[in-house]
Structure formats: C-alpha cells, structure tokens
Design a binder for this molecule. Structure first.
Ligand code: FES
Length: 178
C-alpha cells in the first residue's frame, strides 16, 4: 500500500502531467482551425482572376444615368484617358476613372461632397470636381483643394471582369493618392 508521501507524489505527477497536456492541446488546436473556410468576398476582391473566383462578381454593377450597366469595352470605346464617368450602383454615385490605355482604374471617386453631402460635378476644363452647393473643389483624384470641405472625396474599389464594371463599397487597399 502506498504511503501518504508516495500518494502525494503520484497525485502531483498526474496533476502536472494533465496540466501540461491541456496546454499542449490548447496550443495545437488553432492549427486545426486554420482549415476554416476562406472569406470569398475578401479573397476574390484581392484575386478577381483566380480560378476559384471564375463565377464570382464582387460588388454591384456600375450603371449609367438610365440604370443600364456599363460594359467596359463599350465605355472605353467612347472615352479617353483623363475622363471621369459618373456611375450609379452604390447608395450614392461615384466617378469611374479612365486611365491611359485607355483602361478603367481599379478605384472610383465618390461623388459625395465631404462638406454637406451634395453631389460634386466633374469639370473637364478645370480638371477638377466642383460642388454646386457651397463651392468646394477637389482635384482629379478627389483631393480637396478648396473648402469649405476639409476632407478628400472617398474612394471605392472597382473590378472589371467579364466586361462588367463592378463597384465595391470599400476603400482600395493601395494608396492611390501617394
Ligand atoms: S456640400 Fe459641397 S461645398 Fe457644401
């Protein structure tokens, strides 16, 4: 029969052993967790042409004034680099940006003035967005150049896929304005 001293040792051995095992299991458990499903919204926004995103169209269709979706080829056929094209689709309008190529930029500029929310107009002559309400002005990338607005216009993600132009209500990951 084990002495009280030996019993205490045995108890401590099992107690400590059990604790170490629990910590080890807790440590290893997240490794199994890494197999959790990928968020396809995030993944396909980052890699829109990945084979897993073949049938995935992020965001909403960018449409014209008459709510007709823009087709990239048709839009590029009638625009030139530097143009800013008003597009509906999100809760408020945005401007698509036509870059040299020509091609549609991976970002759009929100048309919502940062002063009190009026819709800004694109003035090609002045190469600027001008707010008709209180005169705020923004440069061609939406950076505020004249108040009363104090902040630059928001940016949205644009994905062109299968000739569709998609607007996503998110800030682009990369710093467009340098
Ligand atoms: S809402 Fe645009 S300047 Fe006031």
């Amino acid at each position: 029969m084990a002495s009280p001293r030996n019993s205490r040792r045995l108890f401590l051995r099992y107690f400590i052993g059990g604790g170490v095992s629990s910590v080890a299991i807790a440590w290893l458990w997240p490794l199994k967790g890494q197999a959790r499903p990928v968020n396809m919204d995030d993944f396909c926004l980052k890699y829109p042409y990945n084979s897993r995103c073949e049938n995935y169209l992020p965001g909403v269709a960018a449409t014209d004034e008459a709510d007709v979706p823009y087709l990239a080829t048709a839009l590029l056929a009638k625009t030139t680099a530097g143009d800013r094209i008003l597009a509906k689709g999100l809760s408020r309008e945005s401007y698509l940006v036509i870059e040299t190529g020509p091609k549609i930029a991976t970002y759009a500029i929100s048309a919502v003035c940062k002063h009190l929310g009026c819709t800004v107009n694109w003035d090609k002559e002045q190469n600027a967005f001008i707010c008709p309400c209180h005169g705020s002005q923004y440069d061609d990338l939406g950076r505020v150049t004249q108040g009363p607005a104090r902040q630059s216009l928001d940016l949205k993600v644009v994905v062109v896929k299968n000739d569709e132009v998609r607007l996503v209500d998110r800030e682009p990951a990369e710093n467009i304005r340098g």
